[in-house]
Design a protein around this ligand. Structure first.
Ligand SMILES: [Zn+2]
Ligand SMILES: [Zn+2]
Ligand SMILES: [Zn+2]
Ligand SMILES: [Zn+2]
Ligand SMILES: [Zn+2]
Length: 333
């Protein structure tokens, strides 16, 4: 088909995301140093006191340190520009790291449940005073680490993963300190196992949400704030749009959504102006600033598919006459 209007419209969408990765790195490095320092102290105290509980907890601290180190590595990789075959860059390494963090939390939770249950059945002798002291020091260290990480960019799934992990450890140390106090005052050794169970449930909760959120990104699901069905209907309601199909909304990495669609516009209208309008709607209403739109003119032959392998639903304007502008009434949003 031939159009009379010009085809030299500006096409602008930026890839600029001024995330203060350097500040995040500093904050995470500070948290990492704190945790590694405390972990070493915990190992020394644990061996000196002959306490298996403290050594086991130190092992858990080691996984925290690895999680933060991975987060730091992911931030570094995400800053690398797109090159070669990696046309999106390496931002999704962040999501891989968040998923690894989530899986680690789930595995540790399973281990703690097993350990707590066996300790409920056969409670070992617990040195309440040492548990209490270590728990209190752990609270102080984790408060500081949590505060440092909370100042970093938590809209990043990666930093959020590290934050959730450290936040859980804060609850772990509170539970440990309370258990230590109970053991010290009453000699009730099972308090230790009960505290471990509470912590395990918190870890399960954080792990599930991290695995679910990262899984959504890997499976190219739309960001949870955007419903592609209603978005398709909304785009169809834009004046001049006859049909929307092969609509995709996904996230390149957390907080960086993208969209693509095939758009059929009524014959005789300026398809470029309509595409610009669609880009505006996507950007202003849905923060979808990265869109790829294939815009074509609807043909008179109805029932003939625009393309053979479109994904998902076909959204049509309420006016089916392709020569006319469709109903301009847009749905309430
Ligand atoms: Zn055109
Ligand atoms: Zn692009
Ligand atoms: Zn583009
Ligand atoms: Zn198509
Ligand atoms: Zn498709």
């Amino acid at each position: 088909m031939s159009e009379g209007h010009g085809h030299a419209q500006g096409h602008g969408h930026g890839h600029g995301h001024a995330v203060s990765a350097r500040a995040d790195r500093k904050l995470l490095s500070g948290a990492l140093a704190l945790i590694v320092g405390f972990m070493i102290a915990e190992v020394i105290v644990g061996f000196a006191a002959g306490s298996l509980a403290l050594v086991t907890d130190a092992a858990h601290m080691l996984t925290d340190a690895i999680a933060i180190a991975l987060a730091l590595l992911a931030i570094r990789l995400a800053a690398k520009p797109p090159a070669g075959g990696f046309t999106y860059g390496f931002k999704r390494v962040e999501i891989l790291s968040a998923q690894a963090n989530g899986i680690t939390l789930l595995l540790l939770a399973a281990y703690f449940v097993y350990e707590a249950v066996s300790r409920m059945i056969d409670p070992p002798e617990v040195k309440g005073a040492l548990v209490l002291i270590t728990g209190v020091v752990g609270i102080a260290v984790n408060l500081l680490a949590t505060w440092l990480i909370s100042k970093a960019n938590r809209s990043s799934l990666n930093v959020e993963g590290a934050f959730q992990h450290i936040l859980n450890d804060l609850f772990a140390f509170i539970a440990t300190a309370i258990a230590g106090l109970v053991v010290l005052l009453t000699g009730f050794a099972r308090a230790d196992a009960i505290a471990a169970l509470v912590v395990a449930v918190l870890m399960l909760k954080a792990g599930i949400s991290l695995v679910r959120d990262s899984g959504r990104i890997f499976l190219e699901a739309a960001p949870s704030a955007i419903d592609p069905q209603s978005l398709g209907a909304e785009l169809c309601a834009i004046e001049g749009v006859v049909e929307v199909h092969d609509l995709h909304v996904w996230e390149i990495t957390s907080g960086e959504p993208a969209a693509s669609a095939h758009i059929l516009v009524a014959q005789g209208l300026d398809c470029h102006q309509i595409r610009i309008r669609i880009e505006q709607v996507l950007a202003e209403r849905h923060h979808l600033t990265h869109s790829t739109l294939q815009v074509d003119h609807a043909t008179a032959a109805t029932g003939e598919a625009h393309c053979s392998d479109a994904h998902g639903a076909v959204h049509r304007s309420s006016i089916t006459d392709v020569g006319r502008a469709p109903d301009p009434a847009s749905p309430a949003h």
